[in-house]
Design a protein around this ligand. Structure first.
Ligand code: DC
Length: 223
């Protein structure tokens, strides 16, 4: 199996890019952030604060999280319920950043991620894929962009539908970067053998083309 790990900060474009590359290459796209989001959503919907690591840990007992693919789209199932459509709110984003700092949560989601990669050619995106989850991935990419550019993209994507200001998106991004990079377990950092791709000045199509080329080269090497 060929495993491609894409890590990087929130809003670097990992998911749109990984999705497009997966579609064009036939790899399975695994969005690991959705797993942390599902845990956060599950906690929030039971009135458990994502800050309360003890209560969040207790919640894991008996919780079943699964990934399913429907029409090529990843769906996250928590305790039998498809939560995919509820996990993209700012509240769940921040909650996911909080619960992802809890070691028990990371351990809980680890096997599911390993299994996906063992059974499929995957493009897996997250924060610790190249460093912790798939240290032997044949291709590792660290995708980043400046915080301002990431906030601009997210702002454009939301299209002011939710009435969220640019400033609050930027503040959220900076706060999440700080949480994700400074937590003691599996912090966001570039693996030593990862290729750094800074997309601040690139279009999404340029990034997709570049990564497809890297995958082709990796496949040639693995033959
Ligand atoms: O990629 P995302 O924005 O959907 O991720 C949501 C949160 O989950 C993010 O703030 C950090 C965390 N996360 C993580 O700690 N490790 C991963 N492999 C993926 C996400």
């Amino acid at each position: 199996m060929i495993n491609v790990a894409i890590d990087g900060p929130a809003g670097a474009g990992k998911s749109s890019i990984a999705k497009a590359v997966a579609r064009d290459t036939g790899y399975i796209y695994t969005d690991t952030g959705a797993l942390y989001r599902a845990v956060a959503y599950h906690a929030l919907s039971r009135n458990i604060s994502p800050d309360d690591s003890k209560a969040v840990t207790e919640l894991l007992d008996g919780l079943e999280i699964k990934l399913e693919y429907r029409d090529g789209q990843q769906r996250v199932i928590a305790d039998g319920k498809d939560v995919s459509d509820f996990i993209r709110t700012p509240e769940v984003s921040m909650g996911a950043s909080k619960v992802s700092a809890v070691p028990e949560v990371r351990a809980f989601l680890f096997d599911l991620q390993k299994k996906m990669a063992a059974e499929n050619n995957v493009i897996m995106d997250g924060r610790d894929i190249g460093t912790v989850v798939l240290p032997d991935a044949q291709l590792k990419i660290f995708l980043t962009a400046s915080a301002e550019e990431r906030a601009r993209r997210r702002f454009a994507e939301l299209n002011n539908k939710e009435g969220i200001s640019f400033e609050s998106i930027l503040a959220d991004i900076i706060k999440r970067d700080e949480n994700d990079m400074n937590r003691p377990v599996s912090p966001l950092k570039q693996a030593e053998d990862a290729v750094l791709v800074d997309t601040t000045e690139m279009t999404i199509d340029e990034v997709i083309t570049l990564i497809k080329k890297m995958i082709k080269e990796t496949e040639e090497k693995e033959k």
